[in-house]
Design a protein around this ligand. Sequence first.
Ligand SMILES: NC(=O)c1ccc[n+]([C@@H]2O[C@H](COP(=O)([O-])OP(=O)(O)OC[C@H]3O[C@@H](n4cnc5c(N)ncnc54)[C@H](O)[C@@H]3O)[C@@H](O)[C@H]2O)c1
Length: 437
Amino acid sequence: MSKEVLIQEPKGKLGVLLPGMGAVATTFMAGVEAVRRGLGQPIGSLTQMGTIRLGKRTEKRVPTIRQFVPLAPLDDLVFAGWDIRDENCYQTALQGGVLEGRLLEQVRDFLEGVRPMPAVFDQHYVRRLEGTHVKKGQNKLELAQRLQEDIENFRARTGVSRTVMVWCGSTEIFLKPQDVHQSLENFECGLKENHPAIAPSMIYAYAALKSGVPFANGAPNLTVDIPALVELAKQNSLPIAGKDFKTGQTLMKTIIAPGLKARLIGLSGWFSTNILGNRDGEVLDDPESFRTKEESKLSVLEHILQPSLYPDLYKGFHHQVRINYYPPRGDNKEGWDNIDIFGWLGYPMQIKIDFLCRDSILAAPIVLDLVLFLDLAQRAGMRGIQEWLSFYFKSPMCAPTVYPEHDLFIQLMKLKNTLRYLRGEELITHLGLEYYD
Ligand SMILES: NC(=O)c1ccc[n+]([C@@H]2O[C@H](COP(=O)([O-])OP(=O)(O)OC[C@H]3O[C@@H](n4cnc5c(N)ncnc54)[C@H](O)[C@@H]3O)[C@@H](O)[C@H]2O)c1
């Protein structure tokens, strides 16, 4: 057994800061409050409902994850955030139409108490939105300082002992990594000079890390996934994670593709299309925002199937992803997949998936787990990119020397083994020879 890592106890309240208080953020907050009031169950959340096997199978030690590692209890979470619209979270949740009115009424007082602070926003980066509730500043550095003041005021007002930030804002336009992203020095010059390759989400990430706040990114934008901010996270000993919550169609892809590959079934094409009618869908209707999303969605299969290792099975497979903005469907997305596969002697077969899902219902437990695990990582002294949280992302951040791991089952094993490692428990390899002596 390895040595247990020293983890500070989660004493005091945990502040949860959310830039972007739309469908996902309000469904998450309303859900946490509903669970706290005994009105619902936190389905889909590993931190709340997951278990972890320890030692040999014969030992029958399977605690829940929250018994095993010291996580902040839900009662300790305190919320705040920023948005470009000045309406309280009850109004936003009601308009979003994700949760039923009856449930929202029961947590109305709580949601009305959360009102977004003015945002750092520039329409250049999200073309389909217009911001009315936004901060002003001479340059991007000054805007970051305004956010840092907000964080300090939030801490003073609520008395939280720790804080984490999760980007739940809209998807920004596609940006390629550039010189200004390559070092903290360049980035800070860029902030002063209003460099166009510094998007608002990066300003939030910078402000969080400057203020000692761990940061996770739920959208596909680069945001914290640039060397400058990885450097800042390491310098300030803070955990970071991203990008793009793994829900819906990509979740299905990373469940099915590893299975096909495990059985060496070939793939000639995977066509994915969606209809989606919420604000996220409207933002993604802009080709520049869609491009950011597309990059994130497309990389998944390539990494799981590894065509260079299996050219006969996967070389040159055709992969296409479409998102169609279709307002009548609201947050209740429908995703179709047509998968053209081939088996023994190359005989073709097809799989069809029609997933009638609910985007924010799938994303909310991810936000909760990221909040609690980032806080755990911070108390355990883990800094920089947290690859063990890849489980939650479509486009996981990882060290520049490795490729990202997309296979959901490897990701889960990595996550659980990290928790075992933190607690000085044996890692589980599934070798199991000891049962057959
Ligand atoms: N729901 C899912 O399944 C899912 C999955 C993966 C990723 N995401 C991503 O999560 C994000 C949130 O999704 P959603 O469905 O809640 O979208 P949404 O449009 O309902 O909410 C996004 C909110 O961000 C606000 N916003 C935009 N720019 C901002 C800024 N600079 N500062 C502060 N607020 C800003 C918008 O006004 C809006 O209220 C999107 O980027 C989406 O692509 C969602």
